[in-house]
Structures are given as structure tokens and as C-alpha cells.
Design a protein around this ligand. Sequence first.
Ligand code: URA
Length: 424
Amino acid sequence: FDTVDVIAAKRDGRALSKEQIDWVIDAYTRGAVAEEQMAALAMAIFINDMAPVEIAHWTQAMIDSGERMDFSSLSRPTSDKHSTGGVGDKITLPLAPLVAVFDVAVPQLSGRGLGHTGGTLDKLESIPGWQAGLSNEAIVDQLEDVGAVICAAGSGLAPADKKLYALRDITSTVDCIPLIASSIMSKKIAEGTSGLVLDVKVGSGAFMKDLAKARTLAQTMVELGKSAGVNTSALLTDMSTPLGLTVGNALEVRESVEVLAGGGPADVVDLTVALAEEMLRLAGKTDVDVRAALADGRAMDKWKQMIRAQHGDPDASLPVAEHTEVVTATDSGVLTKLDALSVGVASWRLGAGRARKEDPVQDVAGIELHAKPGDTVTAGQPLMTLHTATPERFERAIEALESAVEIGGDAASVPESIVFDTIT
Ligand code: URA
């Protein structure tokens, strides 16, 4: 094949054959297709879309670019969760140990944050001693011994996606259903989980801003999973406002531990329970009392085991920011908007996120929320506390929050439930 012909075909709106797709992904992974050629192809896909059969072939070619993990030696079924990314989304932390309580193994291969969305590994690294990197063998051993592992995805899984994702990030081709669906599902299918629940976020803090697009993305991914033999379903969930009352690495670990201790904000608990029930259902367990395992300490015991297995100290104090600044309400009334994207960007600017892949993040940086949409607030009361190790960052963070808050707007715009729909 000739790369230029493949690009021209997609540019002109034609479907790519399986052979063309296999060839271009393989050649790109080997370095035989140049970055600028793949950038042109990604933009052609962005503009002209792909048919379901092309997306399936594209996903398979990305899986075939690397290794596949194998959990068939485990004595329990595996079930995993993937979130399309949000603000304050710490759900993986309480969820993995909670599901493991019920004898279902959770292989949670995770990533780092980029842009305004946080990364699970960055959060866990605020726990003294905790290590993200495990060999494939160590992952399987920990799944057998503890039942849950949250660690870095090795470089062997879908290497084509690693290259392509970095390229999409700098060519404005991230926000594209075929490319997102194939990116996520190639990694999850290569990981070898038998069950998979997708948490597809909808709203300002998500890739998908509206429900119709989020539904199409969810359906596309559920179909890809099922046809690869992975028992897959999706929840469509709210990301118009941050999840819980904390955004930022150590702050989110603290809140996750509150949930594991039987407390925590209702939205975080509700979503953790909904996802746990769905993961367990896919593993054949329907008659389980998930909330009881949060209330009676079983999930907390699992969490401590899981953190210790990766050299973390679950009882150590978490780092706390030296500098804080309080943002107060300018009016009295019902809080009708606390915009997820603005809060995510502000937290990122405080130091919780990174601008380039290789940048370090601050454990302590982030935002504590003191009110959520639906709450009644009074002028002058604290709405948020900003945290950072570097106080010169406050100014730009506060700028990002300029239109984040609405008091006395349309109360009907506040969603009643965090889960909008389930797609099976
Ligand atoms: N997460 C991924 O892994 N890939 C995407 O394309 C978007 C979100």
C-alpha cells in the first residue's frame, strides 16, 4: 500500500479496507508511516468519520500492534471499569477494592492526567511509598493474592495507541468518536479483562458535551467489546459539575478513603455503588449488598491490602498544601452551576495537572468544594478553598473560575441523579 493513497481515500470520504487499516497501523507503529502522514489521516477520519466495520478493524489493528495480557490462570473472574475522564473522578480508588471484596478480580490498568482531567496514578502517588509500575507477572500475582490492582499500563499494550494518542493531543483530533472508541477499547481488550463497565461522562468537564454524542460513543464501545468477547456495558453519567467535594491528587485520595470508611459525598458513593453493581453483574454476581461492604470495613481492609502490596503506607498522613485561598459566594440563593471544566482547569493551574507529559504534578494542589449545585448559599460564605504549594499560581486559577459559578439560575438544570442511563 501507499500511505498517500490511504490518506486520499479517507480524505475523499471512502471506507478503508481491513487490509489498508492493518497495513497503516502496523507501518505507523514501526515508524514507516511518518507522524505528519498519520496526522493527516487522523484529521481525515475526524472530518469524514468511520463506519462501524472500519472502527472494528482499526481497533483490532491497534490491539495487534502489541501484546495481550492473559488472566485465565486466575481462580476468579475479572471485571474492569474505564472512565472517559472527568474532574474529581476518583471513583477507581474506592471501586477496585470494593468489587474485590466479592471475589471478582479487578485489573485496573490506569493512566496519568493530561490537560484538565486528573489521572488515577497521579492521585495514588500522593500516598507515601506507593508504586505505580508492576510487571505483568506481579499484576497477575496481586490479582490472585489481593483481588485488586491499580497500576500503570505497561508499554506493551496497544503501542499504536500510545503514539496515536500523543499525536491526536497536539493535532486537535482527540474529540472524535471512532478514534476515542478504538483508543479505549484496544487497550481494554488487549488487557484481557472478561467484564468491562464503561463510565461515559457527559457535560462540560467531559470529552462529550451532549447526551446524544455520549450515547453514540457508549454504543460504539459496547459493540466493540462484545464482538471481541468482552462482556461490556456502559453507564452515561453526569460530568457537568465535579464529582464529590475534592479535585486534586492528595485531596481526592482523602475523599476516597472517606468513602471506604462508610462516609463521603453522596454522588461519589452513588456512582461507586452503581459501577460496582454493574461490574459484579457482568461477572455473574447479582445478589450482593455493595453498600454493606463500605459500611462494615471490608472494602477498607481490601484497600489497605492493595496499597501495601504496592509498597504504599495506607495509614500515613497525606501531604497538605502550605498555601490556601478561599473563594466566596457573591450572591445568596440556590447554587445552580459549578462548572466542571472551569474547576478542572483551575485545579490544573494550581499544579494538580501537567501541561506536558513529562511535567511533575503537585500532590497537594487542588480545590475543595464547600457547596454543590442544588445547595442554598449565602453571599460571603466560602464556596471553594484553593490549595497549592506555589502561591503565585492563585491568580490564574481564580481567572479560570470567573464564570464557573451561577447562583439563582435555573434550578431545573441541576440533574437529579448522577447516572443518566445504562447501555447494555
Ligand atoms: N481516553 C483514551 O484512552 N483515549 C481517548 O481517545 C480518549 C480518552
